[in-house]
Design a protein around this ligand. Structure first.
Ligand code: ADP
Ligand code: ASP
Ligand code: MG
Length: 429
């Protein structure tokens, strides 16, 4: 029996009862003969509450101190979980991200893992302990400051540790039974997916399916770590995310799978749209705008540029970005207004994105047309469109998103016969 990494999200450890329930589950894995390394998130909505608190003290908190604050959430749950396990008569030790050897760059609030040196974790499990690691945090290589990996970053901690420890599987325990064809909070008839490729999961995650974080799937694909997404509230098999439907992994044997044409529908209401109005239609303008944005270390998502009306020689450029970075983007562009040369800026945070994902799209030319037809039948107006080989995304009004997701889900025959999608916990925040 090899080593397993298990990650428990905030909704699985929302209160003392949740921590005790999870502790029992961890002890079961240990009793079955595995070495067990656990990654744990902050309890319930603790991270959101800490963010609210920081904003009451300062509208733009300094990155270093903000990270120091947020990592406290995971420290609370790791210590409590270790106590609960000891109370069941098993040995457990808790470790911060820094103690576990999670080394990152120094970009506060969204640091990237650059190395994992889990010597202390290895020693701890070799001595017979269950090792509990605080998710979502690390230490910067150069300044030795405490960093966080971005919202949902405990998923990445888990996969990075699984890779560094050569784990046989990385189990992600959450509040739904696996990855579904749409968010079960929005589509009651969403179906659980038994197996999904890294590629399709990457697109779903990048498009807003927060059940797994995009960076975590990227990491798993790079190191070929199979992920098993499942509920900590039920004993059911969940969703396997891996390169091959039936990998050599023994736990994965016998799972019935088939490659779907369409994997699912994702939605995202965490983005905003910036429109740069009255940009001269000449070479170098887009470069100047996006250099400004990238110098401010802001990641953008979609971009559209309209052709200029010939008479004015001016054009508009719109792009989407995380709402959390909206203020920073507007400030950076305003500062460079003269250098770039534009008339004005518009900011719209009442948008939503809907994406259809599936490898079968490459060979089924009708998919795009069917997608747009489903949206039009639902009376949903499209504002921006972007595509990749295996994804189509549109931006709509935020108010239309849930209806649009349900319409597209039905139109592609993804609805299950029953209302099988159970949400066991969490507030959906
Ligand atoms: P955790 O606290 O365990 O990290 P998250 O809230 O980050 O949990 O992720 C689980 C949530 O992801 C679910 O409760 C569900 O609402 C949402 N979700 C979005 N898209 C999907 C999907 N396609 N399949 C399953 N869950 C999804
Ligand atoms: N607690 C962090 C968050 O809420 C990290 C995580 O849960 O993965 O974003
Ligand atoms: Mg999560």
């Amino acid at each position: 029996m090899g080593l397993v990494v298990q990650k428990y999200g905030g909704s699985s450890v929302a209160d003392a009862e949740g921590i005790k329930r999870v502790a029992k589950r961890i002890v079961e894995a240990k009793k079955n003969g595995h070495q067990v390394v656990v990654v744990v998130s902050a309890m319930g909505d603790t991270t959101d509450e800490l963010i609210d608190l920081a904003e009451q003290v300062s509208p733009m908190p300094a990155g270093r101190e903000f990270d120091m604050l947020l990592t406290a959430g995971e420290r609370i749950s790791m210590a409590l979980l270790a106590m609960a396990i000891k109370n069941l008569g098993h040995e457990a030790q808790s470790f911060t991200g820094s103690q576990a050897g999670v080394i990152t760059d120094s970009v506060h609030n969204k640091a990237r893992i650059i190395d994992v040196t889990p010597g202390r974790i290895r020693d701890s499990v070799d001595e017979g302990n269950i090792a509990i690691v605080a998710g979502f945090q690390g230490v910067s290589q150069d300044k030795k400051d405490i960093t966080t990996l971005g919202r949902g970053g405990s998923d990445t901690t888990a996969v990075a540790l699984a890779a560094a420890l050569d784990a046989e599987v990385c189990e992600i325990y959450t509040d739904v039974d696996g990855v579904f064809t749409a968010d079960p909070r929005v589509v009651k008839k969403a179906k659980k997916i038994d197996w999904i490729s890294f590629e399709d999961m990457l697109e779903l995650a990048a498009s807003g399916s927060k059940v797994l974080l995009h960076r975590c799937v990227e990491y798993a694909r790079r190191y070929n770590i199979p992920i098993h997404v499942r509920s900590s509230f039920s004993g059911l098999q969940g969703t396997w995310v891996s390169s091959e439907p039936l990998a050599q992994n023994t736990q994965q044997q016998g799972v019935k799978v088939e490659q779907a044409i369409i994997s699912g529908v994702a939605h995202d209401t965490s983005e905003a749209k910036v429109t740069v109005v009255g940009v001269p239609d000449k070479p170098g303008e887009a470069a100047a705008i996006f250099r400004t944005i990238s110098n401010a270390e802001i990641n953008i998502d979609m971009i559209v540029q309209n052709v200029s009306a010939a008479s004015t020689g001016l054009t508009d450029i719109s792009f989407t970005l995380p709402k959390a970075e909206g203020r920073k983007a507007i400030d950076a562009l305003e500062k460079n207004k003269e250098g770039i040369g534009f008339d004005s800026l518009r900011y719209d945070d009442q948008i939503g994105k809907i994406s259809l994902v599936g490898a079968g799209m490459k060979t089924n030319p009708g998919v795009t047309a069917d997608f747009f037809t489903a949206l039009s039948d639902a009376g949903v107006n499209i504002e921006l469109i972007s595509t990749s080989e295996i994804r189509i995304s549109v931006v709509t009004r935020a108010d239309d998103v849930n209806e649009a997701v349900r319409a597209v889900h039905s139109a592609f025959g993804l609805d299950s016969d029953s209302d099988e999608a159970v949400v066991y916990g969490g507030t959906g925040r």
